[in-house]
Design a protein. Sequence first.
Length: 181
Amino acid sequence: MIRGVNTHAAVISLLVGFVVLTCGLIAAQDIKTNYLPSTDFSKYKTYKWVVVTGAEHPDQIVDQQIKQAIDAQFSAKGMTKTEDEMADVYVAYQVSVRAEQEWNAYGTGMGPRWGGMGTVTSTTIHIGTLDLDLYDTRTQKLVWRGMATKTLNPSKDPAKNQKRLNKAVAKLLKGFPPKAK
């Protein structure tokens, strides 16, 4: 009988560990990019912010945080922000925030039947997606698009929000500009 309890405890421990690990993986940011293959990105030195009409945008504070994070990455890549209509590229973003259930499991590794305690709780988290687009001003074509999911998840800590956003934008623009093939 003791051997059976240890086996059951091990199975329960593995299940609880799997749930916790899965929740951690779900929370990771997902980055996707795409670009027009024939584009010579080396010619892009200046950019101008534009607004996508009808797109979802956050409040003014988050708007400035997003732009600052992107401006910092573009500056590090040698691009200069301008208000000139003849910038090399127009940069636009939009956001999407949706609610998801997050499951958190914790406990001693043994269920109530075997003398331990295990708990599973559910909370609602808001998963925010940031879509970033670059348009060539001469051809008026979309030349690069990037999407970072699980980026805009507001918490009570503004510094944590900015850190998460900066990290996501750095990951999003890590491979920018794409290398010519």
